[in-house]
Design a protein around this ligand. Structure first.
Ligand SMILES: Cc1cc2nc3c(=O)[nH]c(=O)nc-3n(C[C@H](O)[C@H](O)[C@H](O)COP(=O)(O)O)c2cc1C
Length: 266
């Protein structure tokens, strides 16, 4: 049975989740959503099972994922699923995806899952480190095994009732969507920048140009924070809420710069 998983990741949690599920299912193709972002028209996968794996942003899904899901025609697919990775709260993101899928496929998603993984938004909470991070990852691995088992057996799984997540989404997701692409205004780069260009290479939206050896952000930001977390000298800061100065950085231990570059499929 062939499975296709479309994924989006900023710091590797969702790619690790997609790989874990693919490994358990076998015969699974992983396709980066970022590689299809600039292609026109509907996307009609040729597979028996199709899933979306992505992070939660402001209790919803990244803008690029929502836009992609609207183009995805799952009407002819036997079994559909979504998995969101999140730091603490975001089941409403599954309801959002379910609503989008339902526009083309009666009944929407067959199964929807959320999995807790290390947080990657330092302005709100410092990313976990050391043993604490290992514990979260090992719990996630167990949960992903259960998720893969449910998908493998074609089980229907509802996202579940999520009133608090729904409320937070109602309050924050609209402003997030409105401002995300313009996040260029809230990033800065310090003199610690060596001009290595890693930030531009890892950006899934291709939103960073190197100008005179310094990153310049455009108007397609997804706020995934890959640039922030991958910068080898921590020269990049994000100026929202408590900011990011001295507040730690995170990326999934299995994620390489090449994985991020591959997302754009260039
Ligand atoms: C802009 C932004 C908003 C986020 N919002 C939420 C949220 O509402 N709820 C949550 O639990 N985690 C939130 N997170 C944390 C991520 O969802 C979580 O760390 C995720 O696993 C990151 O996946 P990735 O490594 O694939 O990018 C947010 C992260 C970012 C960058």
């Amino acid at each position: 049975m062939k499975t296709v998983i479309y994924y989006f990741t900023g710091t590797g949690n969702s790619l690790a989740a997609a790989r874990r599920i693919a490994g358990a299912l076998g015969e699974t193709e992983l396709i980066p959503i970022a590689s299809l972002a600039n292609t026109p028209g509907p996307v009609t996968p040729d597979a028996d099972r199709v899933g979306i794996v992505c992070p939660v942003y402001d209790c919803g899904v990244p803008v690029m994922v929502a836009e992609f899901a609207r183009r995805l025609d799952l009407s002819g697919v036997g079994y559909t699923f979504a998995v969101v990775t999140m730091a603490g709260m975001g089941v409403s993101a599954l309801h959002q995806l379910n609503g989008i899928v339902r526009e083309r496929r009666a009944g929407g998603l067959d199964a929807a899952f959320a999995v807790g993984m290390p947080g990657n938004f330092p302005p709100l909470a410092r990313p976990p480190e050391g043993e604490r991070c290992d514990k979260i990852l090992s719990k996630a691995d167990k949960r992903l095994g259960e998720i893969a088992e449910a998908i493998g057996s074609g089980r229907p799984v509802s996202p579940g009732f999520a009133p608090l997540s729904g409320l937070v989404k109602a309050l924050t997701y609209g402003p997030f969507v409105k401002g995300a692409h313009d996040a260029a205004d809230v990033f800065s780069v310090s003199d610690a920048c060596t001009g290595c260009g890693t930030c531009a290479r890892v950006c899934p939206a291709g939103n960073i140009d190197m100008v005179d050896g310094r990153p310049v952000w455009g108007r397609r930001c997804e706020l995934c924070c890959a640039c922030l977390h991958f910068c080898p000298t921590e020269a990049i800061q994000l100026h929202v809420m408590r900011g990011t100065e001295g507040r730690g950085r995170y990326r999934h231990p299995d994620l390489a710069v090449a994985d991020m570059e591959a997302q754009r499929g260039e």
